[in-house]
Design a binder for this molecule. Structure first.
Ligand code: ASP
Length: 337
């Protein structure tokens, strides 16, 4: 009888709650486990896949950067070239939506890249890390998950990186895709993918470096004077998390216009789902007013995802007009005509 061969995948660990444990005599937990340790705690993985464990970082996700995403994308591509059919990334949940979106933009090809983590650490009752990791492995080896870009698997659900958000501070059901819902779920170990997303068009080009981009939130009565500090603080662009469908206080429009002559300024909706508006309101600070002064619409990307895209574009040498085109291309690719 010949031995069964399993698909090969890589599990790459970055840290976060899923990797956190407590040290004797000290309060709190901190990242201390790596991919090999995490896999040891998950019964059944060896019956599904031949897993290569890669310990890449061991940090809280508040210490991850877009530059780390570029390194991680290179490691993922190396694993795929080496024969992995898919890759699982374990990391902290706090910046998971941004890291997953960066990987979605950076990793070429059809192989599933699945990001997962935990809301409850290993010392807590009901720790969710092992179940999330096992689900992520199932998705990474699933032929149905090919061509869907980077996915986030948490709490038994499969989310597209381009739509998912962390929307609860502690619940194990913290991840949602408010605009569209999950693409599918895992039931009795079966990967159930009901929906799909389209691959990003090649025209986005190769993004090889990141740039510092500020994210400024609009809020009741703030004139956004921080916008005037963006260049002196050496940011190379800014995303404004604008009110409602993409509106800002009228007192801020001249500063936004002046800044957008120098660096890309992107206007996103802070509402949490749907598209930023383009042609509804016409008054000082409305989206028609602001977009006519130079800023770029983030469209259906939320501010955090828009910042990741802008960082990779500017870091890779894109001009303001290149960025405008790229945001339009990404938004077209997110929807069927
Ligand atoms: N609370 C976080 C987590 O869920 C910590 C982090 O993001 O690293 O992993």
């Amino acid at each position: 009888m010949s031995a069964t061969t399993h698909p090969r995948i890589a599990v790459i660990s970055l840290g976060g709650t899923i990797a956190s444990t407590s040290a004797a005599d000290e309060a709190g937990v901190a990242p201390s486990l790596d991919a090999g340790d995490l896999l040891t705690g998950v019964a059944g993985v060896g019956e599904l896949a031949d897993v290569t464990a890669v310990a890449l970082q061991r940090v809280a996700s508040s210490d991850l950067t877009i530059s780390d995403a570029l390194n991680l994308a290179r490691e993922i591509e190396a694993q795929l070239v080496d024969g992995a059919v898919g890759v699982v990334v374990t990391q902290g949940t706090d910046t998971m939506e941004e890291m997953a979106f960066a990987l979605d933009l950076l990793v070429a090809g059809d192989a599933p890249v699945v990001v997962t983590g935990a809301m409850r650490n290993a010392t807590e009752a009901g720790a969710d890390g092992p179940a999330n990791l096992l689900d992520a492995v199932r998705v990474a080896i699933s032929p149905a998950a090919r061509g869907l870009g980077t996915l986030v698997v948490m709490n038994g659900e499969i989310h597209a990186a381009r739509f998912v958000r962390k929307s609860h501070a502690t619940s194990t059901a913290a991840f949602h895709s408010p605009s569209v819902g999950p693409l599918g779920w895992i039931s009795e170990g079966r990967v159930r993918l009901a929906l799909s997303v389209t691959p990003w068009p090649r025209v986005l080009g190769t993004m090889t470096a990141s740039a510092d981009i500020a994210l400024i939130a609009a809020s009741l009565g703030d004139d956004l004077r921080l916008v005037g500090q963006v260049v002196s603080l050496e940011y190379r662009g800014v995303v404004v998390d604008a009110l409602g469908g993409g509106l800002v206080p009228s007192a801020s429009v001249e500063a936004l216009e002046a800044l957008s002559a120098t660096v890309p300024v992107v206007l996103a909706s802070r509402a949490g789902a749907g598209d930023a508006l383009r042609q509804t309101y016409r008054f000082a600070g409305s989206e028609i007013d602001v977009l006519s002064r130079g800023p770029i619409s983030a469209g259906a990307l939320d501010a955090r995802k828009a910042r990741v895209l802008l960082s990779l574009l500017v870091g890779s040498g894109a001009s303001v007009e290149d960025c405008r085109r790229a945001f339009a291309v990404v938004n077209e690719a997110m929807f069927r005509e």
